[in-house]
Each structure stands twice: as structure tokens, then as C-alpha cells.
Design a binder for this molecule. Structure first.
Ligand SMILES: Cc1cc2nc3c(=O)[nH]c(=O)nc-3n(C[C@H](O)[C@H](O)[C@H](O)COP(=O)(O)O)c2cc1C
Length: 206
């Protein structure tokens, strides 16, 4: 079976600039031989984490909603692509709430010391982050990167690399930045090729 990648779309604008970069990355992943499932997080109906702490002792979440299937799905994926605009210096609410619901993984890994992800899977799982921001300021992506890296550790899908473009208020159309469009394709292609290679080295995917 070809490696499976989930592509998380954090922007509410399907064909906006984040969407265009994500399409490039999906193409790169598919060209590298991966199956990609795109998830429009803003279209899902789910609650934020309510801190019921049910997951402290259980392998699932008390809240049943559109997020629920992702608890299982994330156990078997081989890589992640996360595409998001910067909002209020961080990850926009829907995507951030989606990430917070992986407290189920946090409790398994850090409290019960029984990560859902096997040692074998950790050899190949990787995450690519793609992010754009409107402002022309330093540190525009610090919040997004910090949260993403924490999420990647919690889900045992290590942060691999990122593609970033700030100053979008001025640039307006990301296709006028072919080097960034190319970077989204190439980094995704490269990451997905590495995932395949690492899986093969572990005797998977033959
Ligand atoms: C609610 C909101 C908050 C935003 N906050 C920031 C911010 O803190 N820093 C920044 O650089 N851009 C910020 N932006 C601008 C977006 O990152 C920018 O417009 C981006 O290009 C949107 O991409 P999209 O159209 O693909 O969703 C914000 C936009 C919105 C709608």
C-alpha cells in the first residue's frame, strides 16, 4: 500500500492562497507515490476540548462529534501536511481546536506512557507545515510553528520542515510568487519520498 497522508486545511477559503499552496503540496505528495486525503477542518462540526479529562484513563474522548473518527485515523497515517493562514498571531480557531482535541494522544503518550504510535511508525512519520500571513513583520509564524511542533510531538508525527510566506496583504495572489508555489510542491514531494524510503527500510510498503 502506498503511504497515506492527511492534508489538514486550516483556512475557511477553499480556493484562497492557503488552498492554492496546499493543492501544490498535495500534487507533490501524489507524484511521490502517496495517497492523500484532504480534510477541510473548518467544515467539520466539532466542539473544542472541554477538559472533561475522560481521556486521562480512556483511549478515546467523551465528546462524540465530527472529530471522533480522527482519533483512529491518525493512528495509521504515515504523514501530515498542515496548511494554515496566521490568525491573531497563531493557528486559526477551528484548526487549533482540532489540534487541542488530540489531548487523547497526549494522555496516552505522556500520562499513561503508552503512545498510540509504534516505535516502527515513528521511523517514518513526518509533518510538513505550510503557512501564510498578511503582515510584513518578524516572528509572524512563531505562534503557528510553536503550536504545530507541540501537536507533532503529541501525535508522534514529527515536524519535518515548513514553507512560509508573510506580507500576503501586499502580495495578494500567491501565484505571483512561483518560488513559494514550487517550494510547496517540492518540499511535499521530498518529504513524501522520504516517508516511502523510511517505510521500505523498515520492511513496510513492499
Ligand atoms: C481573523 C484574521 C486574523 C488575522 N491575523 C493575522 C495575524 O495575526 N498576522 C498576519 O500576518 N496575518 C493575519 N491575518 C491575515 C491572513 O493571514 C492573510 O490574509 C492570509 O493570506 C489569509 O489566507 P487565506 O485567504 O488563504 O485564508 C488575519 C486574517 C484574519 C481573517
Amino acid at each position: 500500500m502506498n503511504p497515506e497522508i492527511i492534508a489538514l486545511m486550516g483556512s475557511p477559503v477553499p480556493d484562497g492562497n492557503t488552498g492554492k499552496l496546499l493543492e501544490q503540496a498535495i500534487k507533490g505528495a501524489e507524484d511521490a507515490g502517496c495517497r492523500v486525503v484532504k480534510v477541510d477542518v473548518t467544515q467539520l462540526k466539532f466542539s473544542p476540548c472541554m477538559e472533561y479529562f475522560f481521556c486521562e484513563k480512556n483511549e478515546t474522548c467523551m465528546i462524540k462529534d465530527d472529530f471522533t473518527p480522527f482519533i483512529e485515523r491518525f493512528k495509521s497515517i504515515d504523514g501530515l501536511i498542515i496548511a494554515t493562514p496566521v490568525m491573531t498571531m497563531g493557528i486559526p480557531g477551528a484548526l487549533k481546536s482540532f489540534m487541542d482535541r488530540f489531548q487523547v494522544y497526549f494522555m496516552a503518550k505522556y500520562v499513561r506512557h503508552a503512545s498510540f504510535i509504534t516505535k516502527e511508525q515513528k521511523k517514518w512519520r513526518k509533518t510538513l507545515l505550510i503557512s501564510i500571513g498578511g503582515m510584513d513583520i518578524e516572528n509572524d509564524f512563531d505562534g503557528v510553528i510553536l503550536s504545530t511542533k507541540a501537536f507533532c510531538q503529541i501525535t508522534d508525527c514529527p515536524y519535518w520542515d515548513g514553507v512560509f510566506q508573510n506580507n500576503m496583504d501586499k502580495i495578494s495572489d500567491i501565484t505571483t510568487k512561483p518560488e513559494i508555489m514550487d517550494a510547496a510542491y517540492k518540499k511535499s514531494y521530498e518529504m513524501c519520498s522520504l516517508i516511502k524510503k523510511d517505510m521500505e527500510a523498515s520492511g513496510q510498503n513492499e
